[in-house]
Design a binder for this molecule. Structure first.
Ligand code: ZN
Length: 85
């Protein structure tokens, strides 16, 4: 599956951004993110049939990306730093 392209700047970069504290987690989560994108009907292209979006894998990807950016004591539930992916 090709990488999603988002020219609006909302797609997380493939390579870990500066300040990423866990590049391995970033790369794994970024791959998962790319594989679980919504199709034209809004449902995940990889998880059909699905009953909701984001699917479980996409939610894990979002959590992994946030965690990779900040693995300090705050935890992943407060670590997306204002990103909206
Ligand atoms: Zn999915």
């Amino acid at each position: 599956m090709p990488e999603p392209l988002d020219f609006g700047g909302q797609t997380p970069p493939i390579d870990p951004p500066a300040g990423c504290v866990n590049p391995l987690v970033w790369r794994l989560a970024r791959r998962l993110y790319a594989d679980h994108q919504p199709g034209p009907d809004g449902w995940c292209l990889n998880c059909r049939p699905a009953i909701l979006y984001p699917c479980v894998a996409r939610r894990l990807a979002d959590l992994g990306l946030a965690t990779a950016l900040n693995s300090t004591s705050a935890g992943p539930h407060v670590t997306n730093k204002g990103h909206h992916w």
